[in-house]
Design a protein around this ligand. Sequence first.
Ligand code: NAD
Length: 264
Amino acid sequence: MPQLGFGVWQVPDAEAADAVGAALEAGYRSIDTAAIYENEKGTGQALASSDIPRDELFVTTKLWNSEQGFDSTLRAFDASLERLGLEYVDLYLIHWPVPEQDRYAETWKALERILADGRARAIGVSNFHPSHLQRVIDESGTVPALNQIELHPRLQQPVPRAYHADQGIATEAWSPLGQGKDLLQDPVLTGIAEKHGRTVAQVVLRWHLQIGNVVIPKSVTPSRIRENIDVFGFELDAADMGAVEALNSDSRLGPDPDDMNWLG
Ligand code: NAD
């Protein structure tokens, strides 16, 4: 899986083909969508009209909360594949655990079936706390390949990251740029960016890569799309890494997964 990919949350379906097309042109090969984003069609159109071989692309989509359950997951997966126009996805994720509904362990069994059928090359989860992951592992005996969680300099998630490392689960960061909000004006980050002649967004993405995260920044602006993948030609030193680490305040932009029971 490429360590840096392109996220398409909040990109309208009609704009997704252009945004994903711009990302593919800029060199991205990994695209992160979800059924609830309602842009799997536009995403699929961009994939179909590019001349990049399927085996060089990495496509992730996610199962929405209201579709959890064994049979309903299989049906929802079929519908996602059809909208994407693909025969398989590279990674299929359970979007949220939805603890109140208490169906994620049963849902995981449907993902195992999809994996066994070769229609997803890998399966994982999103927004799972270590306790949710442990239950899936205990009940199924298989370990999710990856957990996609909110993660940025103000929410560094040290406990989940350590648990993932122990279990061999990849950590993927959503909202890696803090949704482009005031994080990108932070004076410490601005100082590091000036030192390296880079932008703050590039410094933040570089920090993610150096601590081992998979990242999926989003932008619909072609120049920013290019800027966000141009992060392989410089390195943060130990002092920079320490300064970013000190910015952690355990502050979430999104909901705590234990309280997120919205079915949409
Ligand atoms: P992000 O942290 O990637 O920030 C995106 C915003 O930052 C853009 O809309 C833009 O305003 C700004 N931005 C982007 N590049 C910039 C640059 N170079 N300079 C200045 N500003 C820039 O936020 P996100 O979209 O929330 O997260 C990325 C992806 O993560 C999503 O698109 C989606 O694929 C995924 N995601 C998943 C979940 C989940 O529950 N699994 C939740 C949220 C997001």
